[in-house]
Design a protein around this ligand. Structure first.
Ligand SMILES: Cc1cc2nc3c(=O)[nH]c(=O)nc-3n(C[C@H](O)[C@H](O)[C@H](O)COP(=O)(O)O)c2cc1C
Length: 209
C-alpha cells in the first residue's frame, strides 16, 4: 500500500490568516441562560479585561470603563435593574416577564461586567468615536473569551442608557454613558453554537476607477 499523498504544508501567512478567521468566526453570543455556574478563573478574567484595554482609541482617550460584578455583587446589580425598570416603565408597558428576567439573568452568569464610556473632559474627540472605541474594547473581550472557550453575551436592555444607571455606577459626569452588560461564564453545552450571517456581497461596494 502506498502512502496517501502528503498535504502541502500551509505557509506562515496562511496559518496566521486561518488563526484569525477561526477566532473571529468562532466568537458567538452565548446567553446567561446557556451558561453553567462554573467559576471564572481570575487569571482568565484579567486576560479578558486586559485585552479590552488594547482596543483602538482616537486621541488615546481610552474611554472604556468596566464595573465587574461577581458573587453577591450580581445581586445588587439585579436588584437595582429591577427597581429601575419598575420606576422607568409606565404601568401599561410593564411586563412581568421582563421584570423577572432582570433579577434572574445576572445570577445565571458568574461574572457580569457593566460597560461604560467615560467622556473626555475637553470633548475633542466626537462622542460617536468614543462609543465606537468602547465597542471595539468589548469585541476584544468577546474574542478573548471565545479563544478561552468561554461564553459571553453583550446585553443592552434600554434601562442601561438611563441617567440613573450611569449614576448608580458612580459615573458623575452626565456625559458618561453605560453601554450595556457583558455576561461572562462557561457554556453549559459541549456543542459550540453555529453562527449565521447573510450574504456579504450586498454590503460592500468596490470603486476601482
Ligand atoms: C451593541 C450590541 C448590543 C447587543 N444587545 C443585545 C441585546 O440586548 N439582546 C440580545 O439578545 N442580543 C444583543 N446583542 C447580541 C446580538 O444578538 C448577537 O451579536 C447576534 O445575535 C449575532 O450573534 P453572534 O454574536 O453569536 O454572532 C448585542 C450585540 C451588540 C453588538
Amino acid at each position: 500500500m502506498s502512502d496517501p499523498p502528503a498535504t502541502p504544508p500551509l505557509d506562515a501567512l496562511s496559518l496566521r490568516l486561518a488563526a484569525a478567521n477561526a477566532l473571529i468566526r468562532r466568537r458567538r453570543s452565548i446567553k446567561p441562560q446557556a451558561m453553567d455556574q462554573r467559576p471564572v478563573d481570575p487569571r482568565h478574567l484579567a486576560a479578558i479585561l486586559e485585552n479590552a484595554n488594547w482596543a483602538p482609541t482616537h486621541g488615546m482617550t481610552e474611554p472604556w470603563r468596566f464595573f465587574v460584578f461577581t458573587g453577591a455583587g450580581r445581586e445588587r446589580l439585579a436588584d437595582f435593574c429591577q427597581s429601575l425598570y419598575r420606576r422607568l416603565t409606565l404601568d401599561d408597558a410593564f411586563r412581568q416577564d421582563k421584570f423577572d428576567k432582570l433579577r434572574s439573568q445576572p445570577l445565571l452568569a458568574p461574572v457580569v461586567v457593566a460597560i461604560a464610556m467615560k467622556r473626555q473632559e475637553i470633548e475633542k474627540i466626537p462622542e460617536i468615536e468614543e462609543v465606537e472605541a468602547v465597542a471595539c474594547s468589548v469585541h476584544n473581550m468577546h474574542l478573548t473569551a471565545s479563544a478561552l472557550g468561554m461564553a459571553a453575551f453583550w446585553s443592552t436592555p434600554p434601562l442601561v442608557y438611563s441617567d440613573e444607571m450611569r449614576q448608580w455606577l458612580g459615573l458623575s459626569d452626565p456625559r458618561d454613558k453605560c453601554l450595556g452588560l457583558f455576561y461572562l461564564g462557561w457554556p453549559a453545552s459541549e456543542t459550540w453554537p453555529e453562527g449565521q450571517r447573510g450574504d456579504f456581497s450586498g454590503k460592500i461596494v468596490h470603486i476601482e476607477g
